[in-house]
Design a protein around this ligand. Structure first.
Ligand code: GFB
Length: 318
């Protein structure tokens, strides 16, 4: 892989979306680099407003941008708010990418998602599977917006020579996740449900869908580390998958969460809830070829997130 080299030392680096789980992990990771970290809160800057984004960029002049800001959510949130997932994400990406071009930003990384790939893509899913088949209906709106983001990076590279790249993470989890049962992803939902079931001595823990879909989970601190690594060395238009390398059926994930949390009852599937994509395991060979490896195993990662969750809950429990 040809490497242009873009060291972050001495640079002004904007983490767009720094309050989210991914953005805050990026800030934690960038604190170890000799760069200046720029952030903008939601009240200061609405990324869906083109003028505001351009004004902010003109005033703050980042050299590099991690575009982690996005409207995100789990399978039900995606299904129930298609307009928000499509509109918000399209605007955020278009505004930041265009302003980055206009203000001469040296490098931009757009964070996508493994759900951009076709529902029936061959496993593990290589970057070449993009746009080779129909998407999973529950999250097609979010996926279309993220595909547009990849295409924006490619188009600005082709037309204007901008060094804009994109990465596609596996299903993420970590500290700062959303634990709202209606809008969250599966892992924080299971942690919350297992914890509540343990405290109330409930007999069962409910799992949405059939429990058979398989997902690949990556700790957000591993993701942040891979992003900083790729920002420095990767400079091509093809997106790069960032995965852990192993997937697990949702039922086994629920068993693991129950074990870590200490819930000893039974697991019950709710077939009225959607399964989504049957399997999403990324082919991360392109990334591995650069020498990067994830470090946080799933059991340890879940234990860490559960500890965070308990700390967060402390005032309510006591
Ligand atoms: O994490 P999740 O919502 O996202 O669901 P996706 C993964 C699987 O876990 C699905 C099942 O098969 C769910 O039915 N599941 C079981 C649960 N119990 C629960 C629960 O209590 N809550 C939730 N949320 N799921 C999302 C996309 O898809 O993945 C986003 O909708 C994004 O756009 C994200 O791409 C990474 O993996 O199905």
């Amino acid at each position: 892989m040809p490497s242009e080299g873009f060291p972050l030392a001495g640079k002004r680096v904007w983490v767009a979306g720094h309050r989210g789980m991914v953005g805050s992990a990026l800030v934690r990771r960038l604190e170890r680099e000799a760069c200046t970290i720029l952030t903008a809160g939601r009240t200061e800057l609405d990324l869906r407003r083109q003028d505001a984004v351009e004004r902010w960029m003109m005033a703050h002049r980042p050299d590099a941008i991690f575009l982690a800001a996005a409207k995100v959510g789990g399978i039900l949130a995606n299904d129930r708010a298609p307009a928000d997932f499509l509109y918000d994400n399209l605007l955020i990406e278009a505004n930041v990418v265009e302003a980055a071009y206009r203000t001469g930003v040296g490098k931009l990384m757009l964070l996508g998602s493994s759900c951009i790939y076709p529902k029936s893509a061959d496993q593990p899913i290589s970057e070449d599977a993009l746009l080779t088949g129909p998407l999973e209906p529950t999250n097609q709106w979010y996926a279309i917006a993220k595909i547009a983001g990849i295409k924006l990076c490619q188009a600005y590279r082709r037309q204007h020579g901008c060094d804009f790249i994109s990465v596609m993470p596996a299903n993420l989890y970590g500290p700062g996740d959303n634990f709202d049962l209606e809008t969250s992803h599966v892992l924080p939902a299971l942690i919350r449900k297992a914890h509540a079931a343990k405290l109330s001595n409930a007999d069962t823990l409910e799992i949405w869908g059939s429990g058979t879909p398989r997902r690949e989970f990556l700790h957000v601190d591993d993701l942040a580390d891979a992003c900083v690594h790729l920002m420095s060395i990767y400079s091509q238009d093809c997106p790069v998958n960032i995965g852990f390398g192993v997937d697990i059926p949702i039922l086994d994930l629920a068993r693991l969460v129950a074990e870590v949390v200490g819930f000893e009852g039974t697991l019950r599937c709710d077939p009225t809830k959607p399964d989504g994509t049957p399997r999403k395991l990324l082919d991360s060979r392109r990334l591995r070829a650069t020498g990067w490896q994830p470090r946080i195993g799933l059991r340890d990662g879940i234990a860490q997130v559960y500890a965070h969750y308990q700390q967060q809950m402390q005032p309510c429990v006591s």
